[in-house]
Design a binder for this molecule. Structure first.
Ligand code: PGA
Length: 260
């Protein structure tokens, strides 16, 4: 695993946006897997600035979702489809037809999960998947004890995740209990995984992910099984890493960690 320790969220955003820009330059029709949550927002802002400056052409780029709440009415502003339209598609100038995601409002939810797996496969698979990490170590909405081989499916959120996400709703009662999420097996099929974390609140989960055993109790630790996983963290999120000096010496610059 490549562990890149950066000064702050702005540096993280710049660095990861430039890696996404490099991917788009190499493969203009790439499938870019995006994540919701607060952590990736600086990446989207930095990427939008590159598009606005004419440095990146996203005309053929496709974008796909990692997870979605179940049961929110269509168009609900906190459904992940709407959040991503607001935070990613609109600023980048990408239309809905290039946006893949699971249908959290479907009558047949298992059918919607299977359909999404098929859509991802038909699109040629995810080239670069951005991931946040929950304080409980989840990736996507794969909560602790998720099968490390899981595919896109319905999950029940832990109370901890619902509390963490209540800030986006008018209180905890409004936070959905169920979600559709790409499985860990699905996520591991992306060609490059880039996990982002900032702040001391993520330090324990980051250390368990990078240096702990691979365990379904820390779903993000499955990244250790991936041939090209990059973890980009700020100093606060890195503070429980035992080998941080080694990571700084080894992965300080982008060419070293892009694996190309
Ligand atoms: P955050 O969410 O980026 O808002 O901390 C991450 C996650 O829950 O995966």
């Amino acid at each position: 695993m490549e562990v890149v320790i950066v000064a702050d969220a702005a540096a993280q955003g710049e660095l990861v946006a430039s890696a996404v820009a490099d991917l788009i330059a190499r493969k203009p029709e790439a499938l870019f897997g995006v994540a919701t949550g607060s952590t990736p927002l600086p990446v989207y802002q930095a990427l939008a600035a590159k598009v606005a400056a004419g440095q990146v052409d996203v005309g053929r780029l496709k974008v796909c979702q990692l997870d979605e709440y179940v049961g929110l009415p269509a168009g609900h502003p906190e459904s992940y489809r709407e959040v991503l339209k607001r935070e990613v598609l609109a600023p980048l100038g990408i239309g809905d037809s290039a946006f893949l995601g699971p249908d959290g409002g479907a009558e047949d939810l298992p059918g919607a999960c299977a359909a999404y797996e098929q859509q991802l496969a038909d699109a040629g698979g995810v080239d670069l998947q951005l991931l946040g990490i929950g304080t409980d170590g989840h990736i996507g909405f794969n909560e602790p004890v998720s099968s490390l081989a899981s595919r896109t499916r319905i999950k029940t959120l832990t109370e901890r995740t619902r509390v963490d996400n209540a800030r986006f709703f008018n209180g905890l009662d409004e936070v959905p209990r169920h979600v559709i999420t790409q499985g860990i097996g699905t996520i591991l099929q992306a060609r490059h995984l880039v996990l982002l974390a900032t702040g001391a609140g993520k330090a324990e989960a980051v250390a368990a992910t990078v240096e702990g055993p691979v365990s379904s109790m820390v779903p993000a630790s499955a990244l250790q099984l991936h041939p090209h996983a990059t973890v980009v963290v700020d100093e606060a999120a890195a503070q429980q890493l035992k080998l941080s000096d080694y990571y700084k010496a080894t992965f300080a610059s982008k060419p070293a960690w892009q694996g190309i």
